[in-house]
Design a binder for this molecule. Structure first.
Ligand code: BES
Ligand code: MN
Ligand code: ZN
Length: 496
């Protein structure tokens, strides 16, 4: 984790007086005035560009202007924000990320973004979406290239034009914490499996906890055996890399309820003996994105000293087809004593989560959420950008869904009626680890997890799609997206 941190600044100034290498200015599709307080030189420029048709304000439209006159910044970037009534943290985050994505292809020092005024959103919230978005677009993989494609700017400046309600130091703290937590999660996902495996991931969790201020305990294979984690040990058997379980505790509200967060951390998913094809396997270093989101979330929560108690559990294994690997037909006994017949070793995520969820549910948590790159079926159902949300408790599911959408991320609820229970019925054990058919694959996976939550209100987020970007888009380099980190911070902020 070698990246230098970003420096965030808030600057109270008229946009044309801001000095920056790039000054990004949002433009609405349905409001001809610039997004900020009118300032003479920029107003005229925007009016001219609109009437010539060069600027429409449509979402993610980017219009760079080099050496503009009457403006202190070296370059101006107009970015479309879409329709005013549709503005959310998601649209602002993407606009800022797309601006930074364009502005960081060369080595510049300072990127600035003029915060727009939006009815119904505080400037703190606007600053959060745009600040985290700027950092997101400035960051990218390519660490292993000798000629990098993206250069991290030294400063990211949030410009508050006259007339905009000022933002507090705490608002900037939240921007900084969230941006760096997302960056950590993305870097973990982008790190190849030759460097990131259960032991190295656990060491990063220890270091992160020490710096951010939360407790971290790492369980090795002896401890896992002593704790009866038969499902985690079963999956790990096929690999030369030993498994780890990471238990993290943050107490910000002594005596209050505890939120349990569990992450799937398969540092590489070959499929095991149910081997994936090369095409299916090629990106499977991403299969620890759930664990990365939980670690990133805890880091931000602890740095921000949010008044909440969080238990974080990361199940870390490599799924490989070695000589001791799980065989089809093997039966595993999970921590809670339930038995699972393994009919496909590529359905390993639900196995390791069975133990991790059993443990978390025993720890007197009031609510549980797990994050897992669990099924390709979820991507078939919802597409690559939306997480599947499954729950045993609709009020808790709705609270999580609301936090996800406030945070500017995407999730959609899938049904969990009891008639799906049949899908995991086994002839020889308490359940089997596949649904038996291709249908409702995301739900049959969740149905297995539900056997291990001990009745605690629980949400399962299947992030197989949104945790990884297959190709480059306006707002995102290919690779890890850091998805659900912002949602975790939002959920923790509203949790008591
Ligand atoms: N890690 C995969 C799911 C996945 C697929 C994540 C694509 C990201 C992108 C998971 O372990 C898996 O292999 N699931 C199987 C389950 C099946 C064997 C029942 C799947 O989705 O095909
Ligand atoms: Mn798998
Ligand atoms: Zn997997």
């Amino acid at each position: 984790m070698t990246q230098p941190p970003f420096t965030f600044l808030a600057e109270f100034a008229a946009p044309h007086e801001v000095s920056a290498d790039w000054l990004a200015i949002g433009v609405w599709e349905d409001d001809p005035s610039p997004s900020s307080e009118p300032t003479e030189p920029l107003d005229q420029l925007v009016a001219r560009l609109r009437s010539s048709g060069d600027l429409t304000g449509k979402r993610l439209e980017l219009l760079p202007l080099y050496t503009p006159t009457d403006v202190k910044a070296a370059r101006v970037l107009f970015v479309g924000l879409g329709k005013k009534a549709d503005a959310t943290r998601l649209t602002l985050h993407e606009a800022a990320a797309a601006s930074a994505h364009l502005g960081t292809t060369k080595q510049f020092q300072n990127l600035a973004f003029v915060l727009p005024a939006i009815t119904g959103m505080s400037s703190g919230e606007v600053a959060l979406a745009i600040g985290v978005g700027l950092a997101h677009g400035s960051d990218g993989p390519g660490l292993r290239k000798s000629a990098p494609s993206r250069f991290r700017p030294h400063r990211l400046t949030l410009v508050l034009p006259p007339g905009l309600e000022p933002i507090s130091d705490q608002a900037i703290d939240r921007v900084r914490a969230e941006a760096h937590a997302v960056a950590l999660a993305r870097e973990l996902v982008n790190t190849p499996a030759c460097d990131l495996y259960p032991e190295t991931f656990a060491t990063i969790a220890l270091d992160t906890g020490r710096l951010a201020g939360f407790e971290v305990e790492v369980w090795d294979e002896q401890r896992l055996a002593a704790e009866r984690m038969g499902a985690i040990m079963g999956v790990a058997r096929g690999s030369d890399r030993p498994p780890r379980l990471v238990v993290m505790r943050y107490t910000g509200n002594p005596g209050g309820p505890t939120l349990g967060l569990v992450g799937k951390g398969v540092t590489f998913d070959s499929g095991g003996l149910s081997l994936k094809t090369s095409e299916q396997m090629v990106d499977m270093k991403c299969d620890m994105a759930g664990a990365a989101a939980v670690l990133g979330g805890l880091k931000a929560i602890a740095e921000l000293k949010i008044r909440v108690n969080v238990l974080g559990v990361l199940a870390l294994v490599e799924n490989m087809p070695g000589g001791k690997a799980l065989k089809l037909g093997d039966v595993l006994t999970a921590r809670n004593g339930k038995t699972i017949e393994v009919l496909n070793t590529d359905a390993e995520g639900r196995l390791i989560l069975a133990d991790a969820l059993s443990y978390a549910a025993e720890q007197n948590v009031a609510h549980l959420v797990d994050f897992a790159t669990l099924t390709g079926a979820c991507m078939i159902a919802l597409g690559p950008n939306v997480a599947g949300l499954m729950t045993n408790n609709d009020p808790w599911g709705d609270r999580v869904l609301a936090a996800v959408s406030r945070a500017g991320e995407r999730a959609w609820k899938l049904p969990m009626d009891s008639h799906y229970d049949e899908m995991i019925r086994s002839k020889v054990a308490d359940m089997r680890n596949t649904g038996g058919s291709r249908y409702a694959g995301a739900i049959s996976a969740a149905k297995l997890l539900q056997q291990f939550i001990g009745g605690v209100p629980w949400v399962h987020l299947d992030i197989a799609g949104p945790s990884w970007a297959e190709s480059e888009s306006a707002a995102q380099d290919p690779g890890g997206t850091g998805c659900m980190v912002r949602s975790i911070v939002e959920l923790a902020g509203g949790y008591q």
